[in-house]
Design a protein around this ligand. Sequence first.
Ligand code: NAP
Length: 457
Amino acid sequence: MGLPIELTYLAASILFILGLKGLSHPETARRGMIYAEIGMFLAIVGTLLHREIVSYEWIIAGLVVGSLIGGAISIWVPMTAMPQRTALSHAFGALAASLVGVSEYYRHGGLELGTFKMTALSLEVLLGGITVTGSLMAFIKLQDWIRGTPITYRGQNIFNMTLLALTVGIFLYLIFDPAAHALFYAMAGLAFVFGILLVLPIGAADMPVVMSLMNSYAGLAAAATGFAISNNVLIIAGTLDGFSGFILSILMCRAMNRSITNVLFGAFGADVGTADSGALGVMREVNAEDIAVQLAYANQVVFVPGYGMATAQAQHAVRELANMLEARGVTVKYAIHPVAGRMPGHMNVLLAEANVPYSSLYDLEQINPDFSATDVAVVIGANDVVNPDARDNPKSAIAGMPILDVDKAHSVVVLKRGKGKGFAGIENPLFFKPNCGMLYGDAKASLIKLAGAVQNS
Ligand code: NAP
């Protein structure tokens, strides 16, 4: 490869690394995205100018179709459907990697491929295949096209492991006998089947972890593509993608106090015992006027957003209420749980959209000691992340998951539509505590009502 293209790839790789670094903090995330976009642009233009292009027409056609689909998705897919969107992107990316692998194999007929190239190519097709169907299954489950709860049957894990062992066995055989065409295509087919079977027993609640794992597989498939077609930028970008996806999966599991194996094979959410809510007492309903008085005369108020804030698109309404309280001298903070919502950073993104200053956002470790000095904790469509059972009841399905200790505030008000459960599908004893009041209704409507009542108080 010539020096100019290598320099272009080096610049692109540096921009990818800067992009990832930027994404590690909300304040620098936008800049990080811009770096990564410029890096990708450089890599594509560099490749197109350097390589011997057989047909620009097809590339332009692909670019137009891809841009139209991408543009439409970015305009019409709401923030709440971001997990589905991400699942589809992974499926498309992995499909591209698998197709490159199959076409390379077809072109060479497996014959002139040495051990190294054959290993890379088979790995690309194997990981790519699993990711395509696994991500599509994740999309289908998240979109509620099939039930989101785990689909299980007797001997499932043994069957899946046997299938995986068979696929990996073929992969190893191919390294020594690359010309075994039928086996190559059988391996590709089995990888596609395995992707479906892998995700079937995983509940929709665990889909974000699955997707970040799929992201990791897609990255590794891209890196393998780089080895197979001798493209350095694919190797670097794929490896970055592969490992950052894997690290993210581990961080998410840690925030839920679960292991990766429990997520993949535990069928979490299939049969969750729910506490008898009668035994917990009664939920106390409150009205906006009473809560508004408490808010208006508080020293410190902590907003605790969760998935319900995202569905209600209530981020602007929270900001307006917060502005009003701050104008009255109330200290306002936002408590951000690492797995609140449905994607890592979900709450940060929404609050940033409403221009909530980063300095007002507090992590779990920072805010928990502060709840005892908080007059009112306002829980906005959060449920599992404020469930004290995770802390107090070792038998709970979410036992050990770190939670926001809102129950330690002097007063708690929970904004939700009704008695719906959270993603883990379990009862929340917080709602029955004497210091907790329930303000029923859509979160955005309730916040607007609260703001009106604060103004009049
Ligand atoms: P949650 O436990 O799913 O609870 C959301 C609550 O919002 C529901 O109880 C629902 O009650 C309420 N709600 C829904 N729409 C609403 C609306 N329009 N207005 C008001 N309330 C509304 O949410 P969470 O506390 O944010 O917890 C996140 C869950 O997702 C955790 O179990 C976490 O482990 C899981 N998870 C997250 C990630 C991640 O990366 N963020 C990854 C994997 C898993 P009603 O139906 O009564 O309104």
